[in-house]
Design a protein around this ligand. Sequence first.
Ligand SMILES: Cc1cc2nc3c(=O)[nH]c(=O)nc-3n(C[C@H](O)[C@H](O)[C@H](O)COP(=O)(O)OP(=O)(O)OC[C@H]3O[C@@H](n4cnc5c(N)ncnc54)[C@H](O)[C@@H]3O)c2cc1C
Length: 382
Amino acid sequence: MLPERAEIVVIGGGIVGVTIAHELARRGEDVVVLEKRFIGSGSTFRCGTGIRQQFNDEANVKVMKRSVELWKKYSEEYNFSFEQTGYLFLLYDDKEVEEFKRNIKIQNKFGVPTRLITPEEAKEIVPLLDISEVIAASWNPTDGKADPFASTTAFALKAKEYGAKLLEYTEVKGFIIEDGEIKGIKTNRGVIKTGIVVNATNAWAKLINAMAGIKVHIPIEPYKHQAVITQPIKRGTIRPMIISFKYGHAYLTQTSHGGIIGGVGYEIGPTYDLTPTYEFLREVSYYFTKIIPALKDLLILRTWAGYYAKTPDSNPAIGKINELSDYYIAAGFSGHGFMMAPAVAEMVADLITKGKTDLPVDWYDPYRFERGELRSTALQMG
Ligand SMILES: Cc1cc2nc3c(=O)[nH]c(=O)nc-3n(C[C@H](O)[C@H](O)[C@H](O)COP(=O)(O)OP(=O)(O)OC[C@H]3O[C@@H](n4cnc5c(N)ncnc54)[C@H](O)[C@@H]3O)c2cc1C
């Protein structure tokens, strides 16, 4: 049964919607999540597991530092897998090294302990690496990876324990608005009365904005990104997330189940199509085996696709939309929304319950596109 009313309605039951509901419920708020399919069924369960603080601007570094603290706290409290096995960026020329030296400076300034290391040190961390062309690497041992299924489910169960209602197969179809105020939401299962809405639908965010009659221009488009998983191998063979911009913008690591997971930069879109392609299979095989030649002997079990919900500067839109009270957006994560979710939840819950937050939410101002104030492009992977 659809509840008759809720103080706050979160639209979208991915990691972002679920962690927002978790944070609000933990603070004693009356919150309902509306999810058109099942929890995690959007991009979240299709993601690559990676959680990093190695960004190239102050806001993302600070937000991700907080996010990692929360990943650590909640994985211990709720007993799901989050491993701080590091992120290793392989660098192949002076230009790349200079760029990463700049990034490391920003990261160190805000307490993220990234270091530039030698190819030999990188090989100590991942003995199977081919370092013949690598000249340095950017290494932060406190980055990591978490299981999207286990973590999202753990947050969802706890949110329910705190009193949140998570309604699956409940699709938002429209809004009831009177004099610029939200009165309720129309769904395929009837109407729910509410005054506060959070749009956490990522790749579908523009459709929800249109339903709400939002006029401000928030460009978020769905792009198809693909991923691969191999047969499982001995645990601990590849501990960190390995990144190589030279070889196809590839990222790869080993999951807690033992398979090698990852993807490349190959992007198709804007599109809502999710069929995996043969071209991706060829590219990913070529690039991965350049980075770690021993992967040639592994069987690929499966490829699949999901959305990167992209904005022009690869930063999400997070904040309150003033033309409609009370409407918030947290969407457009451009391929790094899984890692950001716990800190985003804190920011959005702060905005709703206190009207402000200590985290640098202004960086993600949804009005920046309309004002023509794009941010420096966030480091996007894959
Ligand atoms: C191949 C791949 C690899 C990735 N790797 C990483 C990674 O390593 N690290 C990382 O941080 N991120 C990664 N990402 C990105 C990450 O998956 C997303 O940024 C993140 O999952 C976004 O979460 P979300 O909750 O905002 O969106 P979603 O998980 O997409 O959730 C949105 C939800 O809204 C629901 N919805 C839509 N319309 C409606 C409606 N009308 N009514 C009700 N519900 C609706 C959808 O069903 C969906 O469940 C990757 C993505 C892909 C595709």
